[in-house]
Structure formats: structure tokens, C-alpha cells
Design a protein around this ligand. Structure first.
Ligand code: MG
Length: 256
């Protein structure tokens, strides 16, 4: 259905471009080691404190520029607000960070209702998140892993672990982590990224909140883009889903 601005009194001058909810890492850009073509400083997408910066390929840069002009692009990322602030792509609308724990409005202010909701979940799962961190410490005498609790406004919101060597080393952690998490956490694993997030904190929950609270999103066309299987729940809220070739989702579909 094609809608005209005149259908909604008072919104004639509103931005009617589609909203695009999009994951960032391994969707719009990736670390240099994953890019076949030479990296180019003009396509630097996000700076990392450890020096492993992220870049767009030439085609990703062209696509991102087109999407910035054609849509209201809303990043939906596991990055903390701090890591998101090191991203060079000029997002001008809402932003969803920390796996859905934070929603920022276009003025970069946190949605206070959502923050209070997340604070209650964080309080419930604080002890379990600290236990996960301590558990991995006890499995890490040889320094194979780096791990941390992602905190927003001082509150723990999810647990993250990466291998310092082979990605397969993370396989050894699944069972010990599961002994603590049970059914109350969502496990995410894609490449060298492993995270454990309390139920109630998710990209899907945050996107749902934004759609429910904003008729200007709800009444228009919504696209969604992501690479990981754990992106699919929020992508399913859109009118159309997009995935990068070779991504975890693409691989799962081709495997059948
Ligand atoms: Mg991703």
C-alpha cells in the first residue's frame, strides 16, 4: 500500500522514509582480518580500543551511503554505548545498543522507561552474571580467553567471552556456562563471539518497544538486516529481511 503524507493530519512534513533496523558487526562492516580486499582508511567504520578496527568494503560503503540517504537507519547492536560511539557511520535516528539493553533517542538520550525496565532485569540477574564471569576466570589460567560483563550506567546487562586463539576453544565453555545459565539466558555464538544474555534483554524486545511507542515507525515500511541467527527474532518484526551472503543465517539456510 502506498501511503501519502496527507493521510495523517499534522505529519505532512514528517520523514516518511522506511525505517531500517540493522545489526552492525559482520553486517555493515567487519574487522580487517575478515576482508579480502586491502583495507582503506576512508572506509574505517569503527575504532577499537585494542587496535583491531573495523572497515567497510567498497560495496558495503556504497550500500551504507545509499541506505543512509534512503532510510531512517537504526543500529541494533551488541556493542555497548561506548563501543557504538566509536562507530564512524553517522546515525541520526534512534539507536539500540548492548543487545537491546539501551535505547537512545535521536538526541542521544536514553529512553528512561526502557532503562528502568532493564534496571529491574539487571538486578534480578546480577549475581548470575558475576558467577559466569568468575566461572570463566577459573577456566582461564592459561589466558586462552578474554571475557567481561557488559555494563550500562553501571548495571550488568550481559556476559561476553572471546577466544585469544582458535575460535573452537570456545566450544569448551558451552557446558560450564550452561550449568549456570539454564533456561533463563539466551546463548549467542557466531565465530569468535560468544555471549550470554538474560531473558528480557534482547534486540527483539528493544525493537518491539520502539515500534510500539512510535507510530511514525509503526505506520510506515520497516526493513531489517542482520547476519547472526540471534538477529532473526528482531528481523522478523520487519516487512522485509535482508542478510549478507556467507553470513551465519545464509549458511544455515543453505545447509537446510
Ligand atoms: Mg552481527
Amino acid at each position: 500500500m502506498i501511503r501519502s503524507g496527507s493521510e495523517t493530519p499534522g505529519l505532512c512534513d514528517a520523514d516518511r522514509r522506511p525505517v531500517l533496523f540493522t545489526d552492525l558487526d559482520d553486517t555493515l562492516f567487519q574487522t580487517a582480518r575478515k576482508i579480502a580486499e586491502p583495507v582503506c582508511e576512508s572506509r574505517l567504520a569503527a575504532q577499537a580500543t585494542n587496535g583491531h578496527h573495523s572497515y567497510m568494503t567498497k560495496s558495503q560503503a556504497s550500500m551504507t551511503q545509499w541506505l543512509l540517504e534512503s532510510t531512517r537507519m537504526v543500529p541494533v547492536t551488541a556493542r555497548s554505548t561506548d563501543a557504538l560511539s566509536r562507530c564512524r557511520i553517522p546515525f541520526k535516528n534512534w539507536k539500540i545498543a548492548a543487545n537491546g539493553a539501551v535505547i537512545l533517542n535521536p538526541e542521544d538520550h536514553a529512553d528512561s522507561d526502557w532503562s528502568m525496565h532493564i534496571a529491574r532485569i539487571s538486578q534480578t540477574f546480577r549475581t548470575a552474571l558475576e558467577a559466569l564471569d568468575a566461572l570463566i576466570c577459573s577456566h582461564n589460567a592459561d589466558g586462552r580467553f578474554r571475557h567481561w560483563i557488559v555494563r550500562e550506567e553501571g548495571k550488568p546487562v550481559y556476559f561476553c567471552v572471546k577466544s585469544n586463539g582458535e575460535e573452537a576453544w570456545l566450544d569448551d565453555l558451552h557446558e560450564p556456562l550452561s550449568s549456570i545459565t539454564g533456561e533463563e539466558f539466551l546463548h549467542h555464538r557466531n565465530g569468535n563471539n560468544m555471549s550470554v544474555t538474560p531473558h528480557g534483554i534482547s534486540k527483539m524486545a528493544a525493537v518491539t518497544h520502539l515500534i510500539d511507542r512510535n507510530p511514525e515507525i509503526r505506520d510506515g515500511v520497516i526493513f531489517a538486516m542482520g547476519d547472526s541467527l540471534t538477529d532473526l527474532p528482531f528481523m522478523g518484526l520487519a516487512d522485509m529481511m535482508m542478510i549478507p551472503p556467507g553470513s551465519q543465517i545464509d549458511t544455515a539456510i543453505r545447509r537446510g
